[in-house]
Design a protein around this ligand. Structure first.
Ligand SMILES: Cc1ncc(COP(=O)(O)O)c(C=O)c1O
Length: 484
């Protein structure tokens, strides 16, 4: 006996869950088998929900090459996650693989100096314009170090961060504005849309708190007292930085945020540069995603300015764990006391802070970085420029489909990273998660919760066509399922 027909979204979800389970049984089996022993955040996706529970498992990947990866069930995917953006040259490029294989043959002496370390530092300096360069392993570590040396150099306690930025998982980076701030911002946006109420919106826009609160349980409430969270790109934020300058060691900026890519505030960044130059706070560009991708000199080169400090990882390490802290001698000398020479009376003159790490300067990371950055230097900015153009064309095609179908969505890009422009799109959290599953079903790999990704030089016309078709069909399926 047939029961009452299910409403469209529920039926859509059931069919999607069945299709995804049928395609990826190997991944599901692995997640189920080890869930007891393996505490794995990726197996709950962005947010656990009972209705998506049966598809809550990460895709288990067997191998990757060029623009593709293959899951444990043998399915091929065009990859747009690309190792969270690090594979500018696609997966497993031969020139990096050869460097790694040669180093593996020679072994890897941790804690000893690798002969290439100075050359890698020089490559970073040449590409980014930074005076001095130092290495750590992860982006989180690099940002932590940049903050510490900024505090040491300025003698000031506070760090400014901006809403929607991501700077890793140390305490200072896991602060957010109080909930009331988000409510205020929403009210300002609503009022600004009504001509008569615009003066009220402007007044409310100038108010607001710069207080930070821990964004997650376990993050230090004491650390929140030394963090100021401000609205990115907003003139009021410059006023707060000006007013509190004597407390501010560093202004930490993700120049174009991966969570709000549509905001590319060139004028704001230039004002921030001029302001921090006057106040003496370190301007720190966190270029984990943008570094070497948008331009060989990263977002700093794209926007035509020079921060005091910048942090990089992802592309720089050629797929191996490597992060970089780079910047002016005024700050970087806090690592080693500053340069000196043999045969005279020179000595380290600058008081240092603490910096260490067992795996820093890992030989495998250094040879991969050497191969990668040498290639970036040899190719010159034309490599990124070409890829940026291709990404722009890709986004235009997906947006063309959305317009033609009257879908309330708009995609945007910065360099060769593209994403849903959240502020210009109407899509619920559930539809956003399901979009990723639809794309996976259609052979495009990205992370659940993401609605965009990266291109590499291995993504040719066929891969771009595949991505456009997969996005178009996935969005149409969500619309037909009553989810858009
Ligand atoms: C802008 C930015 N900063 C910092 C980090 C943290 O880097 P990691 O995950 O290597 O610690 C990330 C990671 O994605 C990032 O995108």
């Amino acid at each position: 006996m047939n029961g009452p027909a299910l409403p469209t979204p529920e039926r859509h979800l059931l069919e999607l869950v069945a299709a995804y389970n049928a395609k990826t049984p190997g991944s599901k089996r692995l997640a189920a088998q080890y869930r007891g022993v393996f505490a794995d955040k990726s197996s709950i996706g962005m947010r656990f929900a009972p209705e998506t529970k049966e598809i809550c498992y990460p895709l288990a990947v067997d191998r990757a090459a060029g623009a593709y990866l293959w899951d444990v069930d043998g399915h091929r995917y065009t990859d747009i996650l690309l190792g969270l953006g690090l594979n500018l040259f696609g997966h497993n490029p031969a020139f990096v693989r050869e460097a790694l294989t040669a180093q593996l043959e020679r072994g890897f002496a941790i804690g000893a100096q690798h002969p290439l370390v100075g050359e890698v530092a020089t490559l970073v300096s040449e590409l980014t314009g930074a005076e001095r360069v130092c290495f750590s392993n992860t982006g989180t570590e690099a940002v932590m170090t940049a903050i510490r040396i900024a505090r040491a150099a300025t003698g000031r306690p506070c760090i400014v961060t901006f809403t929607h930025s991501y700077h890793g998982h140390h305490d200072a980076a896991l602060m957010r504005a109080p909930v009331a701030e988000y409510a205020r911002k929403r009210i300002v946006e609503r009022l600004a849309g009504r001509p008569l109420l615009r003066p009220v919106a402007a007044l409310l826009g100038r108010m607001g708190s710069s207080r930070a609160v821990p964004a997650f349980p376990g993050v230090s409430a004491a650390a929140a007292r030394e963090v100021i969270v401000l609205e990115y790109g907003h003139p009021r934020s410059l006023d707060v930085i000006r007013a509190r300058a004597k407390d501010i060691a560093a202004v930490l900026v993700e120049p174009v945020q991966s969570r709000a890519t549509e905001l590319q505030p060139r004028a704001f960044l230039h004002e921030l540069r001029a302001l921090t130059q006057r106040t003496g706070s370190a301007l720190v560009f966190d270029e984990m995603v943008t570094g070497f991708r948008v331009h060989p000199g990263g977002a700093a080169a794209h926007f035509g300015l020079r921060p005091d400090l910048a942090t990089y990882s992802k592309i720089a390490g050629g797929g191996m764990p490597l992060s970089v802290i780079a910047g002016s001698a005024r700050f970087m000398d806090r690592i080693d006391g500053g340069p000196w020479q043999y045969g005279d009376d020179s000595a380290p003159r600058t008081p240092t802070t603490f910096f260490a790490g067992t795996f820093t300067k890992h030989p495998l990371s250094l040879v991969a970085a050497h191969a990668l950055l040498s290639r970036v230097k040899a190719e010159g900015p034309a490599l990124q420029a070409g890829l940026n153009d291709r990404t722009q064309a890709l986004v235009a095609r997906i947006n063309g489909f959305c317009r033609q179908q009257d879908l309330p969505l708009e995609f945007t890009h910065f360099g060769s990273f593209f994403a849903l422009a959240a502020s210009r799109s109407r899509i619920g959290e559930r539809a956003r998660q399901l979009l990723a599953y639809h794309l996976l079903l259609r052979g495009v790999h990205l992370r659940v919760g993401d609605a965009g990704g990266f291109l590499s030089i291995e993504h040719g016309d066929a891969e771009l066509d595949h991505i456009v078709t997969a996005f178009s069909n996935s969005l149409a399926a969500l619309r037909d399922g009553g989810l858009l």
